[in-house]
Design a protein around this ligand. Structure first.
Ligand code: DHB
Ligand code: MG
Length: 245
């Protein structure tokens, strides 16, 4: 484990951000990490509940694959920008991005998040409790391909975030489309994967899952989309942002 103090004002020390040694898809360039730290020091204050979620998740053996703070904040800002009241998430993990979303929805809004493993869901519940967002979050435990089918299509979501097993991207995307309103947004994490998705020499279930989704969207006249690549402390990756027309 390693940690870096992101504080830029020595007269006003803030707690140190929790940071694990990385086991990511690509080793982050120290220049990218410094850049994140620099920007975050102005724009994303130290946040006890989010740091607790990362630490508590790590202590319970979860992989270090939550979105990075800048992405979490972007998701929060997008949700607020569109005035999202109902958000669907596929892939809870420790609930780090869920907390960012839960804070974006107004009183009476909700985040429905799907998690495969009860063990992870329990840690996420504890993280939601600590963050004070439990009343806004509903966790559905089990294979998302099944639980998504139980969501009624007459209770629409404003926004969906897909961040689970990559092989099932298209299944999740089609289910999300069924329950997201027209004019709503579906965002998919990890569509760049250190450039492997575009590398013809690489062919694993993860890159195939992303390519299948891209192929679908190319022919789906009901959505319009773009990929935004990101370099960060989590390496080289990206979001797919799509609008349900
Ligand atoms: C992996 C999954 C993620 O959702 C992520 O953000 C990074 C990596 C993975 O399975 O390797
Ligand atoms: Mg992800």
């Amino acid at each position: 484990m390693s940690s870096t103090n992101t504080n830029t004002d020595p007269t006003n020390p803030t707690p140190t951000r929790y940071r694990r040694s990385r086991t990511m898809l690509s080793k982050p360039d120290p220049n990218w990490v410094r850049n994140d730290d620099f920007h975050n020091s102005f724009l994303i204050p130290y946040d006890d509940a989010l740091e607790h979620a990362l630490k508590h998740s790590a202590e319970n053996g979860m992989p270090d694959i939550a979105v990075h703070p800048g992405q979490g904040k972007l998701l929060n800002l997008l949700a607020r920008t569109m005035g999202a009241k109902r958000i669907l998430e596929v892939g809870t993990l420790g609930g780090y991005s869920t907390i960012w979303f839960a804070r974006a929805v107004p009183e009476g809004g909700e985040v429905v998040t799907c998690e495969l493993q009860e063990k992870y869901a329990q840690v996420a519940r504890e993280n939601f409790e600590y963050a004070g967002v439990s009343d806004k979050v509903k966790i559905l435990v089990g294979p998302a391909a099944d639980t998504l089918q139980t969501l009624p299509s007459d209770e629409k979501f404003d926004l969906a975030f897909i961040d689970a097993d990559k092989a099932s991207n298209l299944t999740y995307y089609l289910q999300a489309k069924r329950v997201v309103k027209r004019g709503g947004v579906i965002i998919v994490d990890n569509v760049v994967r250190n450039g492997t998705v575009a590398n013809p020499d690489i062919d694993d279930e993860n890159v195939r899952g992303v390519r299948k989704l891209l192929e679908h969207i190319k022919n789906d006249k009901e959505v319009d989309a773009t990929t935004i690549g990101t370099v960060s402390e989590k390496g080289y990756d990206g979001f797919l942002y799509s609008l349900y027309l």
